[in-house]
Structure formats: C-alpha cells, structure tokens
Design a protein around this ligand. Structure first.
Ligand SMILES: NC(=O)c1ccc[n+]([C@@H]2O[C@H](COP(=O)([O-])OP(=O)(O)OC[C@H]3O[C@@H](n4cnc5c(N)ncnc54)[C@H](O)[C@@H]3O)[C@@H](O)[C@H]2O)c1
Length: 260
C-alpha cells in the first residue's frame, strides 16, 4: 500500500478504520492534524478509504492474529516513528440465541472483539510508554446491559470494559491512559447486518434522544478520550448512547402522553 512521509505530528492507530465509526474517527483526527494509521482486514475497502488521507497509511491486519499484529505495529512505527494513541475499534457482530451460538460462532466474535483489543494494546505498549500515550477501546451498550441474542457480542463487549480497567490500572504508572467508549446504535454496515426493523423500533423507543447516533458523534467522544483534553481521565467507560443507559421503564408511555 502507498505510503506518504509523515511530519512531526501526533500519530494514532485506528483498527477497523476502513469504514464506519473507525473511518469517521480517522477523518476527525486527520482534520485535527494527526497522522493516521488505518488498520483493517478488508484490504480492498482499506485501500479505497486510505487514499483520502494525505498524512495516512493503510495497513492490512487481522487484529486477532498475534503475529500480524506485531508486524502491523512495527510497520506503523517505521512509518510514523511514534505512536501517541491507539483506538481499538475493529469489531464484528453476531446476534443469535444461546442454543444456536455454537463454539465456532462464539470464538469468532471473541477473537476480534476481545482477543484483538488485548493483542493490539499489548503490542503497542512499548511505543505508548515512550509517548505517554492513550488507548481508547470501543465496547457497546450491549456490554453495559444485556439483551436477547447478544450472548457472544454482549459478553465480548463487557469483557472489553473490564480489560480497559485492567489496562488503565496497570499502565497508569507509565503515563498511559486507557478509556472506553460504549456506543449506542449507529447505522453502520455492522449494525444494519443484525438490526431488524423490530430492533430499530425498539431502540428508538428506549433511547431518550429518540434516534440512532451518527458515526461522527461517536468519533467526537473517541477523539476527546484519545487527546490531551482528557489528560486526567483513565479507566472510564463513556456511553455515547443518546441516554440509553440512563433510562428505565416508562419512556415510550411518557412520550405517548406528551404527544397526546
Ligand atoms: N454500529 C453500531 O451500532 C455499534 C454500536 C455499538 C458498538 N459498536 C462498535 O463499534 C466498532 C465499529 O463498528 P462499526 O459499526 O463502525 O462497524 P463496521 O462493520 O462498519 O466497521 C468495522 C470494521 O472493522 C473491520 N474488522 C472486523 N474484524 C476485524 C479484524 N479481525 N481485524 C481487522 N479489522 C476488522 C471491518 O472490516 C470493518 O471495516 C465495533 O467494535 C462495534 O462493535 C458499533
């Protein structure tokens, strides 16, 4: 893939950056003059997306493969010279009943969503120690609250939140901050593959802001936690979810009352 020489700017690695929330985060941070290392396993989509970045490079890597991850971090370092932030965003969704989630499906979800976050962060630690950098892990509201059909996905994302705290506690003494964003629903390819119309309607009912989020709205929260603006924040989970986590029962009924 074509490389362009970086200048003395901050560098972020974003996994799952070929599209969706990862790509929106890449654009936002690029606009703020960061060098961007876009990482994805979809070589074709990555090549197309990476072209738009003057100070960016696309690296093909499956985040669940330890050797590929080591090579990707080495390539990122030889291109940029330093890593100031890592956004562990690559993820896959698979919704199914517990009895139909066989071990292969379970492992596939865990491999990307949980193993990937562990492996990429671990490989980036030496570089992040050098810059006293930041890690932002992307979980989900499905890791904060259980719903049907999300036995693998929801459990993987709950794992990401605990992993975030483990990383924050252990890496704090090196000045590395580690935080987590738990996005609510966003109309990306990942969500649209598993959100039926019933699920879309149920989310609208359950979200106080009454809508899906946009990629850019999640990217803003990610960028904040990756940046110096969050310099005294570590070990936190921030739900960017339109208020989903805050609400209990009765919201749709209240809305109906307000409209009548
Ligand atoms: N869209 C939503 O509603 C939503 C809600 C909550 C959390 N999230 C989380 O946000 C993150 C981004 O999701 P999105 O909605 O933008 O999805 P998306 O499918 O649009 O993008 C995910 C990207 O990750 C890449 N990817 C998947 N597995 C990979 C692997 N093993 N190695 C490298 N790249 C891999 C895909 O090729 C894709 O480009 C995910 O972690 C997802 O779980 C999304």
């Amino acid at each position: 893939m074509e490389t362009k020489t970086p200048s003395a700017r901050k560098t972020v690695i974003i996994t799952g950056a070929a599209r969706g929330i990862g790509l929106a985060t890449a654009h936002l941070m690029h606009e703020a003059s960061w060098n961007i290392v876009l990482v994805d396993w979809d070589a074709e989509a990555l090549e197309k997306s990476a072209k738009a970045f003057e100070n960016g490079i696309g690296l093909v890597c499956d985040v669940s493969e330890p050797k590929a991850v080591q090579g990707m971090i080495a390539d990122a370092l030889s291109w940029a010279g330093q890593i100031d932030a890592l956004v562990n965003n690559a993820g896959i969704a698979d919704f199914g009943p517990i009895e139909e989630t066989d071990f292969e499906r379970w492992r596939k979800v865990m491999a990307t969503n949980l193993d990937g976050v562990f492996l990429v962060a671990q490989a980036a630690i030496p570089a992040l120690k050098a810059t006293r950098g930041a890690i932002v892990n992307i979980a989900s509201i499905s890791g904060l609250r259980a719903s049907t059909l999300r036995v693998a996905y929801g459990t993987s994302k709950a794992g990401v939140m605990q992993l975030t705290q483990q990383q924050a506690v252990e890496l704090g003494e090196f000045g590395i901050r580690v935080n987590c964003i738990a996005p609510g629903p966003v109309r990306t390819k990942l969500a649209m593959a598993v959100h039926t119309q019933d699920i879309i309607d149920a989310y609208h009912d359950a979200i106080p802001l009454n809508r899906y989020g946009q990629e850019r709205e999640i990217a803003e929260a990610i960028f904040f936690l990756a940046s110096e603006r969050a310099s005294y924040i570590t070990g936190q989970v921030l739900a960017a979810d339109g208020g989903f986590e805050a609400t209990g029962v009765g919201l749709p009924a209240l809305r109906d009352k307000a409209q009548s």
